[in-house]
Design a protein. Structure first.
Length: 175
């Protein structure tokens, strides 16, 4: 038994120091949605006026000219309850008494709250971050790490297919 202690300590320490697995937005799409996105014609944002400080635009508006995949709530079941890390852009929702955001959507591209069309629900993550973070620029991406859950959420702004209980939120540093 004495000879196993160094190995046991190594295994325990590796488990404690393991960083969450990094995922990409495409990892959140089931295969059929991924293929439908690839087959979809390019969507332009021509003639869309931007209002950088306006976070109130409804991400739930439907455009009947868009394919159904743009409204998909299909998810990747294997990601449920996984410790993960993903980078994206914030859409602020709720702040605490100090003005730090404790709830926000994370989306794959900047300005999703003001562009048409918005990402599909399976490309929107509702983030709960009780510590709160200042969001001064919705065009500045963040890393989020914590526990990803499959949770169909709907509010007046958007529908989301995933929910993230964040342990850590920080400005995107490329790594």
């Amino acid at each position: 038994m004495r000879g196993y202690w160094p190995y046991l300590l190594l295994v325990v320490s590796l488990g404690l120091d393991a960083a969450p697995r990094t995922v990409d937005w495409l990892d959140l799409l089931p295969e059929e949605d991924y293929q439908a996105m690839l087959d979809m014609p390019e969507i332009g944002h021509d003639n869309i006026e931007e209002a950088p400080a306006d976070f109130s635009t409804d991400l739930r508006q439907r455009d009947r000219n868009l394919p159904e995949v743009m409204y998909s709530t299909n998810v990747v079941a294997e990601l449920d309850n996984q410790e993960l890390r993903i980078a994206g852009y914030p859409v602020p929702l709720q702040s605490n008494e100090r003005g730090l955001y404790t709830s926000f959507f994370l989306v794959p591209y900047a300005g999703a709250c003001i562009h048409v069309p918005p990402p599909p629900p399976n490309q929107i993550i509702l983030v709960d971050y009780p510590k709160g973070i200042a969001i001064e620029d919705i065009y500045e991406p963040f890393w989020i790490s914590g526990n990803l859950l499959i949770d169909q959420t709907s509010n007046e702004l958007a529908d989301a297919s995933y929910r993230f209980t964040a342990d850590k939120v920080w400005i995107y540093d490329g790594e």
